[in-house]
Design a protein. Sequence first.
Length: 162
Amino acid sequence: MLGVAVGDLRGQPVGSQQAVEFRVSAEDLPDLGLVGDLAVQGQATTLGEDGIKVDLRVSATLQRACARCLRDVQLPVEADVEETFHTSGEAPLITMDTIDLGPVVHEAVVLAEPMRVLCAPDCRGLCPQCGKDLNEGPCGCTDDDQDPRLAPLAKLLHPREE
Ligand SMILES: [Zn+2]
Ligand SMILES: [Zn+2]
């Protein structure tokens, strides 16, 4: 739980603000695959009876594998989040003068992550036949080996290999 104490804001006039700033270590958010700390910066604002609104900027670096060549990629992500915490009724709730920013931060990182991560836009990927990383240079496989037009010829040459 990434609890932030907002007790000082309770009972303050509507629009009162409190700075929110903290860092979370990668070990505390193991399922996100972070490199280094995740940083949260922003503010909490009182809405009166409705509760407290937080506006946050979440910054993190993710460790991912390139979708083409599987190399490690360090991917910086930033996300702006806005969430209202309620004193009663609707979730998320303020409990014991604390708001739990864990789910909000978690969701922000997941949504900020691109669907497809590449180490470089022109990554050549792995050879589908031998698995060599083609960014490091060409492999010994020839294009002819994977040309489907040659399949009937191969069948003629090796009739038993069906
Ligand atoms: Zn790649
Ligand atoms: Zn190859």
